[in-house]
Structure formats: structure tokens, C-alpha cells
Ligand binder design. Structure first.
Ligand code: LLP
Length: 425
């Protein structure tokens, strides 16, 4: 169910008209729906429960990089979510949001010693390790602190996720994971290191996947490897299949989370029964976009209209620094007026004030707009604010969370003085 709908001609988030939020907090402003976040998280959690995987049998680790606002993390943490992090900074956020560090998994190809020490001191659930040098470093850091580190190896199953090349991660040519053919030897190295406990296997093949076939293909390869590992005497406790399920930006029809999970659990249950006498294994997920992507919009005001001979531009107060996805991936985001339009439409490129031709948010959209009108850039909850920058000394947008007929500021707009507060002359 969409929580972004027109009521009496005004675009609402749950029961709050978006123009009220813009009037109170200004623009550009990111607005998130807690009902939508909750539903999207529960799509995973409930499907796990329906397939007999309670708290021990499955863990959904929300991918913090997709939207790391403390209020979002706190809401998901209270629903029982774990967290997939890629930096010490993200771990600090999880802690500040009251998240359970025993449900944190640490992914990423370049963990520093400092980050490892910090994560070990917080007793996180698992490090997803991506190379042999990383295994050695983690072993050394754990040993010098008198600790043991739980590790999973991220294997690269060489499966084509059929998505944008910048967000595909599970092909041989990508920098991620351990090559499938090297996995067994790498597990042997991990098993020989005294300060590591090998607990799992993981993979993540890409993002914005519409079809679950590549994910199930990756699962099959991971299962094949888990069997080889078992034959070699290496017993795993968890299998983490990553994130990657896509959302509708335009007219895409992504697989429903419940359908994907039922195919996945059917496959896993069959395998466990055949090979392992039904012994349990925790199944983990790392979804980001499918939880938060369609739970957020970016609201912006039209400042100028420029009508030209070959193109019309609507210059708005949000820019590529606020929402990088169009400039970076030519990503398509819907654009809706906050008030249902009355006048006839014209075709516009929606552009920001940043001094780059690449600074556009949407192209060739038919809109009836006038200066002062407000627009919502849709599906901006994931990889929106987290990828925002201060280019052109633009403070990052405010963020607001809606809950029913209530809303609250969850991050204030940055002021220029915030941006140079760390600088010296
Ligand atoms: N786990 C790992 C190891 C990842 O690298 C990612 C995303 C996720 C989980 C979450 O994937 P999701 O469920 O959100 O697809 N900035 C790009 C997306 C980059 C995704 C990076 N990795 C975009 O705006 O489309």
C-alpha cells in the first residue's frame, strides 16, 4: 500500500499534507513514512516467520548505507532488525540509535585496524571478510586484543544480476568478494587462524534486482560451496544471501519480497533436509533499498522557469548534491506536484542550482508548474540523503519522519557555518 497519495488534491504522506511540512521546515526536505518503513521491513520478517524461521532461524540486517538517519535506524531496530554496516561510522550510528550490536554484520572490502578494534569491542555478530589479507589483519587485531572474531567469507558467485553496471557486485570483474574457485582454500586459511571463528558464508550480487532468478542462482552456488566445505570438515552456522531486491521507480515490476523468500526457503529447506538431516542454519539478509527506497521523497520548490527554443527548464532548490542518483546513474525518479495541477502542462527538465550540466533530477517531464510550486521527487528514501554532499557549499537538506498524522524533524538543515566549522585559516 502506498503511503504517498493525493487527498483533496494535495499530496500526503500518511495523513500529513506534504506542503505543511515544507511550510514548517523549508525545502529541500526529505520526508519519510514510518508506516511504509515498517511494512517494508515486516515483509521480510513476516515471510521469515511464516517459513518457520523465528528469531534464531533468520536475521534481517538492514543495510545502513541506504539511509542511515538515527530515527530510521531506531525504528527498524525496535522492529527487531539487525544492521549491515560498512564502516566504523555506521557502527557508531547504530549504537547512537540504540541498535543491538550483537545483530551487526560488518561488510566492505577495506576495513581498517581501528574499525576492526572498535567492532570487536562492541562484540558484533560477524565480519564479512572479502580477502586473505583481511583475514590475517583481523586475526592479528583480534589476537592483540585478546578476542576472537566471528567471520563469514563473502564469496563472489560470478552471477550476472542484470542491473546497472555501477551497482552490480557479484561478477568476476567486480572488486567484491573471494573468487568462487578460491573459496575453499580461503576457508582453510580462515580455519587455521587462531583468533578467528568461521561461522558463515555470504554473498551480495548487486542492487535494484527486479527478478529473483539471479539471487536464487547465487544461492545455489553458495549451497554447492557450503556442501564442499562440509565435506572438508568446515561447518557453517549461517548463510547470508545479501540484499538487492529492487523497487518501482517508474513502471518496473520487482519480485515481491514474500515470493522471493518463499522460493528461497523452499530451496534451503530441501537442501537442509537432504544433506543435513534438517539441522538448522540461520539465514540472513542485507536489504536496503527495498525497505527504505519507496518510503521517502525529496520535496523541492520551483524557483525559475526557463522556456527555450529546444528545451524548457524548471530550476528547483534541490540539486545533484541532495540526490546524486540521476547525475551518477542516469536514474529515473518520479516527479509529482504537491498540489494536483490545474493549468496545462509543458515538458521540462527539472534541474538544480549547482554549476554542472549534470545537475538534473529528472528529464523531459510533462508538468504544469509555476515558480513557487512544490514538487516531490519520488522513491528517494534509499541512497538519497546518504549520498548527499556539500558541493557548492550547499547545506544538506532537512529530514522529517511522518507517523500517522504526526511529523517530526529528524535532522535539521545544515547551515553554511556547519560546513566550515572544522576549517582553519
Ligand atoms: N549488502 C552489501 C554488501 C551491499 O553492497 C549492498 C549495497 C547492500 C547489502 C544493500 O543492497 P540493496 O538491498 O539496497 O540493493 N548507490 C546505489 C546503490 C549501491 C548499492 C551498494 N551496495 C544506488 O543509488 O542505486
Amino acid at each position: 500500500m502506498s503511503h504517498f497519495v493525493y487527498v483533496n488534491g494535495k499530496l500526503h504522506v500518511e495523513q500529513v499534507p506534504l506542503d505543511r511540512i515544507a511550510a514548517e521546515f523549508g525545502t529541500p526536505v526529505y520526508v519519510y513514512s514510518s508506516a511504509s518503513l515498517t511494512e517494508n521491513f515486516l515483509a521480510y520478517a513476516n515471510a521469515c516467520r511464516q517459513h518457520g524461521r523465528g528469531d534464531q532461524g533468520a536475521l534481517v540486517c538492514y543495510s545502513v548505507k541506504s539511509n542511515s538517519n538515527l530515527a530510521v535506524l531506531s525504528l527498524l531496530g525496535r522492529l527487531g532488525s539487525g544492521f549491515d554496516i560498512v564502516s566504523g561510522g555506521e557502527l557508531e550510528r547504530v549504537i547512537a540509535a540504540g541498535g543491538n550490536t550483537r545483530k551487526v554484520i560488518f561488510s566492505g572490502v577495506g576495513k581498517t585496524r581501528e574499525e576492526m578494534r572498535f567492532a570487536l569491542s562492541e562484540d558484533i555478530l560477524c565480519f564479512n571478510v572479502e580477502s586473505i589479507p583481511e583475514l590475517h589483519r583481523l586475526n592479528e587485531v583480534a589476537g592483540s586484543g585478546g578476542k576472537r572474531a566471528r567471520v563469514s567469507l563473502r564469496v563472489n558467485p560470478d552471477v550476472d544480476p542484470k542491473t546497472h553496471p555501477y551497482i552490480s557486485t557479484g561478477l568476476k570483474e567486480n572488486k567484491f568478494g573471494i573468487a568462487f574457485e578460491d573459496a575453499l582454500a580461503t576457508y582453510r586459511v580462515a580455519g587455521s587462524l587462531p583468533h578467528l571463528d568461521v561461522t558463515g558464508i555470504d554473498c551480495h550480487i548487486g542492487s535494484q534486482l527486479l527478478d529473483d532468478a539471479p539471487l536464487l542462482e547465487a544461492l545455489d552456488k553458495v549451497i554447492e560451496l557450503a556442501d564442499q566445505l562440509q565435506d572438508a570438515g568446515i561447518d557453517l552456522h549461517h548463510l547470508d544471501i545479501g540484499g538487492g531486491i529492487g523497487i518501482t521507480y517508474d513502471d518496473e515490476k520487482p519480485v515481491a519480497v514474500a515470493d522471493y523468500l518463499s522460493r528461497l526457503f523452499a530451496r534451503i529447506d530441501r537442501w537442509r533436509a537432504e544433506r543435513h538431516g534438517g539441522r538448522p542454519m540461520t539465514i540472513m539478509f542485507e536489504p536496503g533499498r527495498s525497505i527504505v527506497g519507496n518510503a521517502g521523497v525529496l520535496v523541492t520548490e520551483v524557483h525559475y522557469l526557463k522556456h527555450g527554443s529546444s528545451k524548457n527548464f524548471a530550476v528547483v532548490d534541490a540539486a545533484m548534491n541532495d540526490l546524486m542518483r540521476p547525475a551518477m546513474y542516469e536514474a529515473w525518479h518520479g516527479v509529482l506536484p504537491l498540489s494536483e495541477p490545474r493549468s496545462p502542462a509543458r515538458v521540462y527538465d527539472i534541474v538544480g542550482p549547482v554549476c554542472e550540466s549534470g545537475d538534473w533530477l529528472a528529464r523531459e517531464r510533462s508538468l504544469a508548474v509555476a515558480p513557487g510550486d512544490l514538487l516531490a521527487i519520488m522513491s528517494a528514501g534509499a541512497y538519497g540523503m546518504t549520498m548527499a554532499s556539500n558541493y557548492n557549499t550547499r547545506g544538506r537538506a532537512a529530514e522529517v519522519l511522518v507517523e500517522g498524522d504526526q511529523f517530526r524533524l529528524i535532522r535539521r538543515r545544515e547551515k553554511p557555518s556547519d560546513l566550515f566549522a572544522l576549517e582553519n585559516i
